[in-house]
Every structure is written in C-alpha cells, then in structure tokens.
Write a protein that binds this ligand. Structure first.
Ligand code: URA
Length: 187
C-alpha cells in the first residue's frame, strides 16, 4: 500500500464512533521519506477543522522546539496515535486506540523513519511501554521492532508546565544528534 492509498482509507474510515463526530480525519503530514517521525495523541479542535496535525497552540510550541533544535518541520513526518478528534479533547479510549493503531503501524512501515519521537504519555505508552513515565524516561532512546524510539513531553503539557521546557530542549538536542548521525546508540 502507498501512503496516498492509506491516506484515502483514513479519510473515509468508520472503524470507531469518533468518525461520526469528526469534521476531518487527520492523517498526518510531512516528508514521506522522513528520518524523524513525531507521534502525538489525537487531533484537537484546530486539527479537526483543518485536517492537519499540530496546527493550534500545541503546534506552535512544537514549531518552536523544531526551530530551536535546527530540525525543519518539512523534513519530518508528524502524525498521531488516533486520527480523529475525541469529543472535548478527552483522552482517546483504549478501544479507539486499538481500532486506529493499525494505520500508524502502516505509516511507520511505509515511511520507515530512523527514529520515532513520542510526544507525551499516550504515544509513549502505546509505542514504547504500557508503564512508560514521561517525567522519568523522556530523552531515553529505546529500540522497538528494530527501530529507534524515544519520548519527550507533549507540547500541550509544556503550555501548562513551562518548567519542562529545558528538559524538552535537551531531548530535541539528543534527537538532532541521532537523526543527523552525531551520536551512536549502543545497546
Ligand atoms: N495534540 C496532539 O496530540 N496532536 C495534534 O495533532 C494536535 C494536538
């Protein structure tokens, strides 16, 4: 399957009840051959309205960290665990994540990034470990299915808790070094 074929499947998906309340499914966007793939939680209001990931306040926060670390947004791919907005921006339900995760797995297979970056708890628990703790394990690099993966704070968490910003900057610096070959991971 190509990325465009998958995009069409997601656009018309009715696998779970979120499809009946969404305006747009948010497939994700960016470089289809990205070395870095960011994975957030689920679309919010702005993303639902535009069909694009991370375009609201959290998106502007993410843009700031990309710019500060020297990573170009157009070089990376940005997606989410769940493709449709949960009502009132509640956490996605386990059943919603389960119905949707296959799309992300296919995106990862097609894009084949060098490293995945989980933005926040929901993505890290799904993709790294169910008992992942962002405050304790952010910035650590793991291997899953033969691929590098790490987590950092969700940009929306940084809006609420600016004290996590400097740790997040350190995580982005680690990411830059790995993605652009300035660092060797030994495990
Ligand atoms: N928060 C997310 O987790 N994903 C988005 O796309 C926007 C906000």
């Amino acid at each position: 399957m190509t990325l465009d074929e998958l995009r069409e499947k997601v656009r018309t998906c009715v696998n779970c009840p979120l499809s009946s309340t969404r305006i747009n499914a948010v497939f994700g966007s960016g470089n289809p051959e990205a070395d870095i793939m960011f994975v957030g939680e689920a679309p919010g209001k702005n993303e639902d309205e535009t069909g694009e990931p991370f375009v609201g306040a959290a998106g502007r926060m993410l843009n700031d960290f990309l710019a500060a670390s020297g990573i170009k947004r157009e070089e990376v791919f940005i997606g989410n665990i769940v493709k449709c907005r949960p009502p009132q921006n509640r956490d996605p339900l386990p059943a919603e994540e389960e119905r949707c995760i296959g799309y992300l797995m296919e995106q990862i297979r097609i894009i084949d990034p060098k490293i995945i970056v989980c933005l926040g708890r929901i993505a890290a628990k799904q993709l790294i470990s169910p008992d992942f703790q962002v405050t304790r394990q952010h910035g650590e690099v793991f291997t899953r299915d033969g691929r590098l993966i790490m987590a950092t704070f969700h940009p929306a968490a940084l809006l609420r808790n600016p004290s996590y910003k400097s740790a997040t900057m350190d995580d982005f610096d680690v990411l830059y070094d790995i993605a652009y070959n300035r660092h060797f991971v030994l495990d």
